[in-house]
Design a protein around this ligand. Structure first.
Ligand SMILES: O=P(O)(O)OC[C@H]1O[C@H](OP(=O)(O)OP(=O)(O)O)[C@H](O)[C@@H]1O
Ligand SMILES: Nc1nc2[nH]cnc2c(=O)[nH]1
Length: 176
């Protein structure tokens, strides 16, 4: 059990399970994008660990960029997502892979979709380490998923509770 601010969290997903999920996503990405020099776009802050670990396993040429958006305060969504930091490279005509630590409601992805439409990318897909099928409310298909998880608030491996917990190497869920 750990405490972050006022909340207690209990172990939920081990380092080994996380590693296995990343390896699975990396195998799929290597198959799908062989010889295509894709651009990975990591969504800050949460995706920094997943982006690092999955990009390390990519075997061909690739480029890397990051965007920063935010929608969460505490443990529930505010429903609004704002662009804070934009892309630093042209994506027109490129194959893009969005890297997310977690897809929950899909609000963040919707915002990113809007940006990518403006950029006129050739093709884009999403790779997420964690996915909450019960919470996801959008039509956009998520092609690369590490682990499907129940609709619980989790921390660790990049995911925070009010700024804390991103450095944890395993994932914890809020104690009920
Ligand atoms: O599918 P959604 O309901 O939009 O939730 C997913 C988003 O929430 C988290 O980011 P957050 O906004 O907490 O910012 P952070 O990555 O800086 O922690 C996470 O990193 C995703 O980007
Ligand atoms: N830390 C954290 N951030 C999220 N953003 C969307 N879902 C979650 C979650 O379960 N945990």
């Amino acid at each position: 059990m750990i405490q972050l601010h006022d909340l207690q969290f209990e172990p939920f997903i081990s380092e080994a399970e996380i590693e296995e999920a990343i390896a699975k996503v990396a195998i799929s990405l290597n198959e799908e994008y062989k010889g295509q020099n894709p651009v990975f776009v990591g969504v800050l802050n949460g995706a920094f660990m997943f982006a690092s670990d999955v990009i390390k396993r990519f075997e061909g040429d690739c480029e890397v960029s990051f965007v920063k958006l935010g929608s969460y305060e505490g443990t529930s969504t505010t429903g609004t997502v704002k662009t804070l930091v934009g892309l630093n490279q042209k994506l027109k005509g490129r194959k893009v892979i969005i890297l997310e630590d977690i897809v929950d409601t899909g609000n963040t992805l919707e915002e990113i979709n809007r940006i990518l439409e403006i950029e006129e990318v050739a093709d884009y897909q999403v790779a997420t380490l964690f996915f909450k099928p019960e919470a996801y409310k959008k039509d956009f298909e998520i092609k690369f998923k590490g682990l499907e998880i129940p609709n619980k608030f989790i921390v660790g491996y990049g995911l925070d509770y009010d700024g804390l917990g991103r450095n944890l190497t395993q994932v914890y869920k809020r104690k009920e």
